[in-house]
Design a protein around this ligand. Structure first.
Ligand code: GLU
Length: 509
């Protein structure tokens, strides 16, 4: 068979906000498609209308746009040749295939009521048997296998409610290859006759998923581990429908775990663990509850892409920073881990920090300008850019710009107590006085000349640099940490630097 063009899909159900794990699934699909010059499709799987949540579909689209992993076909991204891409809009396309399965003896009608199904389950439980509708149980239930043919026909013509179930063999090994886990074998004796279709004309997830993957010529199914138990059923459906030759390859991604590794990172964890589990802020339409999003929490989309890529995959080298293009180049399914990936909040912050360093100073300056407006502070564009250049290495989030740079705009009135206690002594005022005098005579107020004056003041008073440097910083900024000190003073300028020293001298006791 000739190689088919790679076509992958992200197929979320619009049952709420897209979990960050879902974004990772979308990302791996995107990277795989890019790597192989293939197509990446967004398909909305909304066959379970009872679980439909308004706004969820729009949320999924917005999220993918924000992280920049845009499908080239599908809902919200333009119709390709396989439209429509929403399963409820494809409703008429499934029935023929269901009929085909029934005619070929691979599926059957079942008419059991909810009470009858409950009674069956209770009965089986009482005798300690797995309560499932399977090759044995179905012989005792009300279905087209146990009813006379004309009775089935009569019920169907009468419009009685029914479901169509797959007819699984009693004991047969189903074997398939998973690109991440290797060979997987499951015996049909552990499976049940899943419902494929209902009399309201709607297929279930399993049926719609297979028909759509086949019709949309999907070559690789890359999805979360929670779907691994469904894969044997899907393999059988491909076989029974005669599509085994074009069955996609399967790759089940590892779970995203809570930071302590104790269980799956779930939607309900929300903000409880101190970090968002959703890409964008989400307001639950039923409860009105708001959950934070990566975007609103100040993460950059490039950082989110990079950190998600590493939750379950690694390049096999020490490189940690990758652009999307580099990821697409490096990404292979055989480097995806079988084991759950623990979410690490510090690592997530670290990634954000790395990407903030890459943001242009002029862009950061605009953000800082907005933050300054909250305090009615205005500053020259050039000054703002220089401040951003100095403090950007210190921040993990852009919203922290003001916290780390306020002393560039407001001269300090309070000074770090710990540093004063440790470093302020009878020589301190002498050094500062000398320094003020020396700085007054500096004509080119750059960091090298400031440093020279500072060293001279220390020498005159026989004070060691290590005993005074931090005190110098605190006199200028009020706080113990910050950007390179002489560059900081250069940016304050001569006048402000001297004023700051004079203020410190009169205030620190
Ligand atoms: N609709 C399924 C979900 O919500 C998709 C599973 C699959 O990719 O096959 O995750």
């Amino acid at each position: 068979m000739t190689e088919r063009k790679v076509r992958v899909r992200f197929a979320p159900s619009p049952t709420g906000a897209l979990h960050i794990g879902g974004v990772r699934t979308a990302l791996y699909n995107y990277l795989f498609a890019k790597k192989h010059g293939g197509d990446f499709i967004l398909r909305i799987e909304d066959t379970d209308q009872g679980r439909f949540v308004p706004g969820a579909e729009e949320y999924i689209i917005e999220s993918l746009k924000w992280v920049g992993i845009e499908p080239n076909e599908g809902i919200g991204f333009g119709d390709g040749p396989f439209a429509p891409y929403r399963q409820s809009d494809r409703k008429p396309m499934y029935k023929n295939y269901v009929d085909q399965l029934i005619n070929d003896g691979y599926a059957y009608y079942a008419f059991d009521t909810a009470e009858e199904l409950d009674a069956m389950r209770d009965r089986l439980k009482a005798s300690n048997v797995d309560s499932k509708y399977d090759a044995i149980t179905r012989t005792t239930m009300i279905n087209s296998l146990t009813l006379p043919e004309d009775e089935t026909k009569r019920r169907l013509e009468n419009g009685d409610a029914y479901v169509v179930r797959i007819k699984l063999p009693r004991k047969e090994e189903v074997k398939f290859h998973d690109e991440i886990r290797g060979w997987v074998t499951v015996n049909t004796s552990t499976m049940d006759d899943k419902v494929l279709f209902k009399s309201d004309g709607m297929p279930t997830y399993h049926m719609a998923n297979i028909v759509d993957d086949y019709s949309m010529q999907i070559t690789h199914v890359i999805r979360g581990e929670e779907w691994l138990p469904s894969a044997p059923l899907h393999v059988l459906l491909y076989r029974y429908l005669g599509w085994e030759a074009v069955m996609p390859k399967f790759a089940h991604l590892p779970l995203l775990l809570k930071p302590d590794g104790n269980g799956k990172l779930s939607k309900r964890d929300g903000d409880k663990l101190g970090f968002p589990v959703f890409p964008l802020e989400w307001k639950d339409p039923n409860s009105g509850e708001i959950s934070s999003g990566y975007k609103q929490s100040g993460y950059l989309p490039e950082a989110v892409v990079n950190l998600l890529a590493f939750l379950g995959w690694n390049p096999g080298t020490h490189q940690e920073l990758f652009t999307k293009e580099e990821l697409a180049e490096a990404f292979t399914l055989d480097r995806v881990s079988k084991h759950g990936a623990k979410f690490d909040q510090n690592k997530a912050k670290w990634y954000n920090q790395q990407y903030i360093r890459k943001v242009d100073n002029s862009v950061l300056a605009l953000e800082l300008e907005k933050q300054l407006a909250n305090y009615n502070i205005k500053a020259e564009k050039q000054y703002l850019e220089q401040v951003c250049a100095l403090v950007k290495e210190k921040i993990s989030f852009i919203k922290e710009l003001w916290d780390y740079s306020n002393y560039f705009f407001v001269e300090p009135t309070v000074y770090d107590e710990t540093v004063i206690k440790k470093r302020w002594n009878e020589k301190s005022p002498l050094v500062i006085n000398d320094l003020i005098e020396l700085l007054r005579n500096v004509s080119n107020f750059d960091h090298a000349n400031i440093e020279a004056a500072y060293n001279q003041a220390l020498e005159r008073n026989e004070v060691a640099n290590k005993d005074f440097l931090q005190m110098f910083r605190v006199c200028l900024s009020g706080v113990a940490g910050g950007p390179p000190i002489f560059e900081m003073a250069a940016l304050f300028g001569k006048e402000s630097t001297i004023t700051r020293l004079e203020n410190a001298l009169s205030r620190i006791k």
